[in-house]
Design a protein. Structure first.
Length: 368
């Protein structure tokens, strides 16, 4: 029986042809294709500028440094997210403020966030979990009135819209990921988007050793480093794959929406399974997700599915349970609950309707 994986990267002949063109060009570090990919992505999400980098994590680190966060500054981030979100704050030398999530969308609880804000709060980092977003318009209005920056972690959000705009729009900087499990991939890769030209120039500088970009191509000034920076540059190979993947994005979006809808239609009558609401007209689930009654049943379902060649994936643990963050105080009841109950179902872009039904039948049989 064919193994059904929880996710699979989907590359084809178009990516091969793009990669061959890079090899034939003889130029491998970021150049023309990277600039084209940045322009294409900026246009897609509706922002003026985009900066490609090595990963979503690197993009977060560039953003926290580019916004000038300092040692005693605080950034509020949801307790339920991937560890890269708070790590980027710590690596900038700043402090993490954790806030619980909203059970309706599994995103940062805005009212609790407002109460957590203090004089030390310099930024808020909402996370668009699995294609869902918090109320980004209200968050932006609050942040602007409080003189607080927004770093929107939209690594799960490619293809999702909120209040008529793509995720990553209602923020000082939006962050996206092209890692292998994402809806489109460049193997690894990330993108920062912004409308602020000054931030854009600074982000470019930080990812290129802190080099003065205006002088980079004047050989006598090639080593004029004016900012602390990293080698977080993109490659033409990644950009080539990204260009081919962007052309496939509309079909991927429709596939993910249809897949989620099929799971919901065929499993929602099982009382032990809960689907978190998502508006498929505007939002795209990165993976199809369900909530189970408790951690024990979740583990039993994982083991049952494995016996029949079906891969699944647990939700992230809450940040406050991870070793580097256990000293952060707060109440995280929803985050604790969701992390124990959440499960991602097979969500490969290769999945056929027949295979989705096989997954549904296997899950149904677990309760029979």
């Amino acid at each position: 029986m064919k193994k059904i994986f929880q996710f699979e990267p989907n590359l084809g002949e178009e990516e091969k042809q793009e990669l061959v063109s890079v090899i034939d060009s003889g130029w491998y570090t970021e150049a023309g294709k990277t600039r084209e990919f940045e322009r294409m992505f900026a246009s897609y999400v509706g922002r003026k500028y985009a900066v490609a980098t090595t990963s979503g994590t690197a993009a977060l680190c560039i953003a926290t440094q580019g916004l000038g966060l300092k040692n005693n500054d605080e950034v509020i981030v949801p307790d339920f997210t991937f560890v890269a979100s708070p790590n980027s704050i710590i690596l900038a030398g700043s402090k993490v403020g954790l806030v619980d999530i909203n059970k309706k969308n599994l995103c940062l609880d805005l009212e609790k966030t407002k109460k957590l804000v203090s004089k030390k709060t310099k930024a808020i980092m909402p996370v668009d979990f699995n294609g869902r977003a918090p109320d980004l318009v209200e968050l932006k209005e609050f942040a602007e009135s409080s003189n607080i920056a927004i770093i929107e972690d939209s690594c799960h959000g490619i293809g999702s819209f909120h209040a008529g705009k793509h995720t990553g729009y209602y923020s000082d900087v939006g962050i996206f990921s092209f890692s292998t499990p994402k809806i489109i991939t460049t193997g690894q890769g990330g993108m920062l988007v912004t409308d602020d030209k000054e931030l854009y120039e600074k982000f470019k500088m930080i990812k290129d050793f802190g080099r003065d970009i205006d002088k980079k191509h004047q050989m006598e000034n090639a080593f004029d480093h004016v900012e602390m920076g990293y080698n977080f540059k993109f490659t033409e190979f990644q950009a080539a794959v990204g260009l081919a993947q962007m052309k496939k994005l509309p079909k991927r979006i429709e596939h993910n929406k249809k897949m989620f809808q099929m799971y919901r239609e065929n499993l929602s009558d099982i009382t032990e399974i809960e689907f978190v609401d998502i508006d498929l007209k505007t939002s795209v689930p990165w993976f199809s997700d369900i909530l189970l009654p408790n951690e024990k049943i979740r583990q039993e379902l994982i083991e049952h599915s494995n016996k029949f060649g079906i891969g699944t994936r647990k939700f992230y643990p809450p940040i406050h349970k991870l070793a580097p963050y256990q000293n952060i105080e707060g109440s995280f009841e929803i985050s604790d609950e969701i992390s124990k109950r959440g499960l991602w179902l097979p969500s490969s872009s290769f999945l056929t309707d027949k295979e989705i039904m096989r997954v549904c039948d296997t899950i149904r049989n677990f309760w029979n």
